[in-house]
Design a protein around this ligand. Structure first.
Ligand code: IPE
Ligand code: IPE
Ligand code: MG
Length: 258
């Protein structure tokens, strides 16, 4: 028997596939960075505790990572916890630090099947050992995958990152590992946590906030920005399509002329 609901589903899938093919016929951003914001407000709207929003947001991460991989995106950097997020209530911070365990354990089979590699950037010294272990395990297990790099910014702050780079540069200069006359933008970039990655082509921030909140200040110098009022747990495939389609209409001049 033909089921009406399934018919709709088939039509939907068809549209999605077609939209995806169209997107793939133009250059897709190689590196997308996302400030995943609005988990708390998503929960508040539903009279749920804030942490329910974080839990729901985890599902969006799974969906969007798989979709980005299918689109041919090379790197997806996700802002998961900032160096300023420690200011939040202890219970919320604890919940956030426990999320990677649950998230990565349940996502690992998919990550392997989809050929996705997990990476992390951030100050590891303050992160609880159980959190770090979960991330490191996922990094090890997926280290042979050569599809999308799923890069989590965890306890990441751009000012701290830049300061660390400056300190290391001073040390290397003192030890004659680095000569001042050789210091240029590329060499400076190699001291940042993103040294293996190209700068983001597209930055997405959800939830209606229009600020960087200490995210990749150096790396975003010529990135295209795309903002949406949608809260992160509500961020669907179509929103990523919209963002990439908007990106494809932009004219990137890098200070020159197009
Ligand atoms: C983003 O959602 C997740 C983290 C910052 C960890 P928020 O928790 O900031 O949600 P809002 O901004 O309060 O709605
Ligand atoms: C930025 O969101 C950090 C992450 C998404 C992890 P915040 O919610 O912490 O940023 P502000 O406080 O609104 O600037
Ligand atoms: Mg927020």
């Amino acid at each position: 028997m033909i089921n009406k609901k399934n018919l709709w589903k088939t039509a939907d899938n068809h549209n999605i596939e077609e939209r995806m093919r169209k997107i793939q016929s133009a250059p897709v951003p190689e590196h997308i960075a996302i400030i995943m914001d609005g988990n708390g407000r998503w929960a508040k709207k539903r009279a749920l505790p804030r942490v329910a929003g974080h839990h729901e947001g985890m599902k969006t991460v799974k969906r969007i990572a798989k979709l980005a991989n299918r689109l041919g995106v090379k790197v997806l950097t996700l802002y998961a916890f900032s160096t300023e997020n420690w200011k939040r209530p202890k219970a919320e911070v604890e919940f956030l630090m426990k999320l990677p365990q649950e998230f990565l354990n349940s996502f690992l089979p998919d990550l392997m099947e989809e050929n996705i590699r997990v990476e992390m950037m951030g100050d590891e010294t303050q992160i609880p050992s159980y959190t770090l272990k979960a991330v490191q395990r996922a990094m090890e297990e997926t280290s042979g995958n050569d599809g999308l790099i799923l890069n989590f910014a965890l306890n990441y702050g751009s000012r701290a990152e830049i300061l660390m780079a400056v300190k290391n540069i001073i040390q290397d200069a003192k030890n004659d590992i680095l000569l001042e006359e050789n210091l240029n933008e590329d060499l400076f970039s190699s001291y940042l946590m993103t040294n293996q990655l190209k700068d983001p082509d597209l930055l997405i921030r959800t939830s209606g906030e229009v600020r960087l909140s200490n995210f990749m200040l150096w790396q975003l110098a010529y990135t295209e920005f795309w903002f949406t009022d949608v809260n992160w747990p509500d961020f669907k495939d179509v929103h990523l399509f919209e963002a990439v389609e908007a990106f494809q209409k932009r004219s990137r001049r890098f200070g020159g002329l197009s």
